[in-house]
Ligand binder design. Structure first.
Ligand code: HEC
Ligand code: HEC
Length: 457
């Protein structure tokens, strides 16, 4: 085991804040009722026993983690289901900075249309994600000559060429393990001017390791818009939308087809055979283009579903990134100033703690500090992309970016449009205007202390 003594920090005393029970280290909304102790104002971490970025959390054997990482690192070919359109050929091609599973330099592209104040993803024209690549011309198993056209932005799009930077996955299993209440309480604690919005996301794919219900909502926490709540769903979605690999899932004997329909370049289905591993007839209502099916699910899982399970296992047990050893004084002073100017209202410095026995198998009572409230805010950087039917206000909200692992990154903000931390701070407006102004009003020395503390994260 490469990580020792990780669960030293048990959940600290509970405090009651605005009628909601939270773990010690309170949000700004009730600071006067329960003053924060020094550690909660510091940029210190509670996961400091991690020996190397890319390590596994306790709870998985080294061999199982290595197998899961191999699946995550696999680069697919077209005969493994890649395409017909895709953004990259493997998860780890994009998620790579610092260690396998990290952030990336890849920036995806999205488009959409707003009419009468409502967002339309132009799904029938291939939106909102515009896959950047298509398979090279090839001859399908059935002899068809396949020449797939790359997606382009449709003429009726009004929201153009929006970028989405690859996010890091370190610590994702800890975030997944949080109960909804750990996130909703953050909105309760925030003053109205900075209060974030809770995203509720429909579960289309529960994890096969803990077959839960399909259809109910859970508080979203993953992705730049916090639009998804489970790693299984994000993984199947990414397999389909980033790589073009469709999956039929068998969960508790049920066939789940939410990710079984192949992407159509700009809405046009590719000719039969050009998107498939094998020729097959329609089976039990499963779309023909699904890369692999088992029909009724009576006989177990599909092989590609096993891939998704592997991605999920890898992400679930991928530990938070190692922090950079930094002078305790800088962490203290930086944290205090960060709190003073209001950054910590959204980028919480305090601990989250996993439940005593999390269903996804990560360690219980584990404290961690991702520096986010996992709520979405409009800080003036909004990109106008959302789900069908969203108001423009909704499309402009973005999840408070977690700041852990910042030192491993080279691009910032949802679209990767900034290359320095200072640049990202300068872009804060909207709900973060007061905080940015207070930051600007600090002395150069004070700003440098905050930045030095942030670079430790
Ligand atoms: C082309 C690059 C690319 C590939 C390939 C890719 N991703 Fe991602 N990933 C992204 C981007 C970009 C985001 C942010 C998406 C967003 O929120 O709009 C992301 C976000 C995620 C998240 C959410 C993390 C968070 O910060 O909340 C998960 C989980 C994830 N990817 C898993 C996977 C898995 C599993 C695979 C392989 C099946 C994969 N990704 C393949 C680019 C990629
Ligand atoms: C009202 C909530 C809020 C406040 C206050 C706030 N932020 Fe943010 N911060 C966000 C959101 C939302 C994003 C994501 C914006 C985007 O990507 O377009 C973000 C992004 C960032 C990023 C970029 C991280 C990344 O992954 O690209 C940094 C750095 C950052 N904030 C630092 C700060 C600092 C320093 C302060 C105080 C001066 C601050 N923030 C105040 C909500 C807030």
């Amino acid at each position: 085991m490469s990580i020792r003594n990780m669960i030293r920090h048990q959940a600290r005393a509970l405090a009651v804040c605005g009628g909601f029970i939270i773990t010690a280290g309170v949000g700004a909304g009730c600071a006067t009722e329960d003053p924060q102790n020094d550690e909660d104002l510091s940029f210190s971490s509670t996961e400091q026993d991690i020996t190397a970025t890319g390590d596994a959390l306790p709870g998985i054997s080294a061999a199982d983690f290595a197998d899961a990482k191999t699946l995550f690192s696999n680069v697919d070919e077209s005969d493994e289901g890649l395409g017909p359109i895709f953004n990259e050929a493997g998860c780890a091609v994009c998620h790579s900075l610092g260690a396998t599973g990290g952030a990336g330099v890849q920036i995806e592209r999205r488009f959409g249309r707003v009419s009468n104040g409502v967002f339309n993803s132009l799904a029938n024209e291939g939106g909102s994600l515009r896959q950047l690549f298509a398979l090279e011309p090839f001859t399908a198993l059935n002899g068809t000559r396949c020449n797939i056209t790359k997606e382009s932005e449709p003429a009726d799009a009004t929201v153009h060429n929006v970028g989405r930077l690859t996010t890091p996955l370190f610590g994702a299993g800890l975030i997944e393990a949080l109960p909804d209440s750990a996130i909703t309480v953050n909105a309760q604690n925030q003053a109205s001017g900075v209060r974030g919005t809770i995203v509720r996301s429909t579960i289309l794919l529960p994890s096969a390791r803990e077959p839960g219900a399909i259809g109910p909502t859970r508080v979203g926490r993953f992705g730049w818009k916090a639009g998804i709540s489970t790693l299984a769903q994000f993984a199947a979605d990414a397999y389909l939308n980033e790589m073009g690999v469709t999956t039929q899932h068998c969960i508790g004997g049920r066939s789940v087809l939410a990710f079984a329909n192949e992407s159509k370049p700009n809405g046009r289905a590719v000719p039969p055979g050009c998107d498939d591993l094998v020729e097959r007839d329609h089976i039990n209502g499963i779309p023909d283009e699904t890369d692999e099916v088992v029909g009724t699910c009576a006989s177990g899982q599909t092989e590609l579903q096993d891939d998704v399970d592997g991605f999920v296992k890898f992400m679930t047990f991928l530990a938070p990134a190692q922090r950079v050893p930094t002078d305790a004084r800088i962490l203290q002073d930086g944290g205090r100033l960060f709190t003073q100017v209001g950054c910590a209202q959204c980028h919480l410095l305090r601990d989250y703690v996993t439940p005593s026995s999390p269903r996804n198998g990560v360690p219980g009572n584990f404290s961690f500090r991702p520096r986010s409230d996992f709520l979405v805010h409009d800080i003036g950087t909004g990109d106008g992309i959302g789900n069908d039917g969203d108001s423009v206000a909704t499309t402009n909200r973005i999840r408070t970016a977690p700041l852990w692992g910042l030192h491993l990154r080279n691009k910032f903000l949802h679209d990767g449009s900034e290359t320095t931390i200072e640049g990202a701070i300068r872009r804060h407006g909207g709900q973060a205007t007061n905080s940015r102004t207070a930051f600007n009003n600090l002395t150069q020395g004070q700003r440098d202390t905050i930045l030095a503390a942030m670079r430790s994260d």
